[in-house]
Design a protein around this ligand. Sequence first.
Ligand code: F6P
Length: 328
Amino acid sequence: MSTKKVNKIGVLTSGGDAPGMNAAVRAVVRTGIYHGLDVFGIMRGYSGMVDDDIFPMDSRSVANIIQRGGTILKTARCKEFFEPEGRKKAYENLKKRGIDGLVIIGGDGSFRGAQRFSNEYDIPCIGLPGTIDKDIAGSDFTIGFDTAVNTAVEAIDKIRDTMDAHDRLFLVEVMGRDAGYIALHSGIATGAENILIPETKTDIEELIQSLTEKEKRKKLVNLIVVAEGDEFGGANELAKVIKERIPQADTRVCILGHIQRGGSPSCLDRLIASNMGYHAVECLIKGRFNVMVGIVNNKVHFTPLDKAVKQKQRISAEWMKIVKILAS
Ligand code: F6P
């Protein structure tokens, strides 16, 4: 714990947007004002710090946003901030306003930037896990995952109707360049026969064999959920191989894409975002600096930023086993 007093804080959203980011911004702004702090919004993630796009916020500036997807502060992945020169510019822009604390809502890339910045300059940073990918260690939830996965489930349920009507094999690609959580959760929840994720190796021979066996048993309806970052190269690549090896299968591909990132946040995402946003400011007030605020076993949990950037949330091997058993 530090005894340094924080008076002026900045809040930003960074990396891929995630539903619930607005709810987190609202919580940070209103908790800050409750404690008598000056709160500043920083536009487009770290770019706003580098380019000096920073403005004062009050309670009214976050009215009517808790239910909105996207982020009113906009977001970006700022390359300049990963250079010492960019961070220096960013620091000077904060300093001239007297901003002495930051809340960063984003994923692991954003936390890496925060960690470097707080090591170099005396500005404490608090991270809130905001990503639809749920790939951050130190929290059972990330802001946006619940909404995104429910969007995927709703879409896949619809695909299942038409897939079933035509006895088709469908490959549905969901988001997740490096993480398979959306694929795993949406696949289990929609009864997928196979789920392909970046964290595990895809045994194509085993997959073809199981599809061929199912065909023999006249099980013609098959749903395969593929994370975009699966080592096989996504749903289109996999479909090519399946069409080559099982030409008689009536195969279709659907890529859900960015629809998963938008939309009004679920109740769960609004709740965790509000809770994490509140605790982020409490951390700055109490001198608990350079941590990520997460939720573990239903309790607020703090992970040092340097630890949060080193670890990934792991996919449970048991879930992968359950997928196989339930898909038979
Ligand atoms: O970070 C979330 C995420 O949606 C990933 O799942 C996905 O691979 C990536 O962002 C896509 O980023 P962009 O919108 O920049 O293409």
